[in-house]
Design a protein. Structure first.
Length: 375
């Protein structure tokens, strides 16, 4: 009896899930594994004197964990998932707030918590829940006819940005700000409110740059270097761009790239450049096309949604996914200053993979074909 019930639930899950989005996410995870094997083997064996499969084994373990998280989130009842948003956001926010106190500093930035088994970057986990929490505020029944909800959501953004700026992490701050602007815009906020909030953000950022130059001076240096290459060190961005040019359309071949050996953390921040160098720009364009296709499927699904919360959440999550992918690609192609942004699903790193899995799981849950009304 229990076996028949389980089979029925499994068949029901498969029948209702958006298979095209699911297969796209699975394909991105698979590509991440493949490129991780290609880009980290020589790094582990020749430069770090570790087993050739050291990084790949860790990436495989985190991918399996990420897939379990994605499937679990997509499987649970939507009403239960909506009730869990507040406690899950609170937990991830607390983790982010603990970073300045007990966080681990790496290369001058304190962004990680040491959990013994691996280092957790809380902002990667927080990002999807931040979007969902923002939508939660925007759709509160008590605030439906009030503009105060936009101010409350702005305060939520500010609380996260303050913690990020302290790390410092400008890239994630820009990503969350852009995603928040798009989310509140879709929710119906006046353009004048957005201009006002954006002005406050710019004034605050500029004030930090001038008041605390020793902590945030690197932002000015990156901007100056980006605008005038002769004024600073652009080794990483120049090397990434040269690798893309060297790869051309068809690439140098698997394992033949040199970027991963010359640029630190290339397997996280410069994945697109590595892929372009070894497999060609055609493969990179195909990967970006997959992200665009997923977003297209999500937005298409929004037209069939009756629940305003789900509709705005899907738009916000799609924006977060696309913005991060394009920021990563922009840095790799030297179109925007260096931000240290990972590519969802493909970049090496447990926190990035888990955060991508949470985002994917929520999207799959909200895009399921449901025959019942949301609560």
């Amino acid at each position: 009896m229990l076996e028949n019930s389980f089979k029925f639930q499994l068949l029901n899950y498969w029948r209702n899930i958006d298979k095209k989005i699911l297969l796209s996410f699975l394909f991105l995870f698979f590509l991440g594994l493949f490129f991780s094997f290609s880009s980290t083997s020589s790094l582990a064996g020749e430069r770090l004197n570790k087993d050739y499969y050291f990084f790949f084994s860790k990436h495989l373990s985190f991918t399996i964990l990420a897939l379990l998280i994605m499937i679990s989130i997509s499987y649970v009842d939507t009403s239960l998932l909506k009730r869990l948003i507040i406690p899950l956001f609170a937990l991830s926010f607390i983790c982010l707030a603990l970073v300045p106190i007990i966080g681990v500093e790496v290369n001058g930035a304190k962004r990680w918590l040491d959990l013994y088994f691996f280092r957790l970057q809380p902002i990667e986990i927080l990002k999807p829940f931040f979007i969902l929490m923002t939508v939660k505020i925007l759709t509160l029944e008590k605030l439906q006819n009030s503009q105060v909800k936009y101010f409350f959501s702005f305060l939520l953004l500010c609380s996260v940005i303050i913690l990020l700026v302290d790390q410092p992490d400008l890239g994630q701050s820009i990503l969350l700000t852009g995603s928040w602007v798009f989310t509140v815009f879709i929710a119906g906020v006046s353009i004048f409110y957005i201009i006002g909030f954006f002005s406050i953000f710019l004034i605050s950022l500029t004030s930090l740059l001038f008041l605390l130059p020793e902590k945030f001076g690197y932002i000015i240096n990156r901007l100056i270097t980006f605008l005038d290459p002769n004024q600073g060190d652009r080794f990483q961005s120049s090397s990434a761009l040269d690798a893309i040019k060297l790869g051309g359309l068809t690439g140098q071949g698997m394992g033949e790239g040199i970027l991963k050996e010359s640029v630190p953390e290339a397997h996280t921040d410069y994945v697109i450049a590595i892929i372009s160098e070894e497999y060609g720009s055609i493969v990179s364009v195909m990967i970006i096309s997959i992200f665009l296709y997923i977003s297209f499927r999500i937005i298409k699904n929004c037209f069939n949604q009756d629940d305003f919360f789900v509709k705005i959440s899907l738009c916000g999550l799609a924006t977060l996914l696309i913005f991060q992918a394009f920021i990563h690609a922009g840095v790799n192609t030297n179109l925007i200053p260096t931000t240290g942004m990972t590519l969802p699903f493909l970049s090496y790193g447990g926190s990035s993979l888990i955060g991508s899995a949470i985002l994917a799981g929520v999207i799959l849950n909200y895009t399921k074909n449901k025959s019942y009304l949301y609560d």
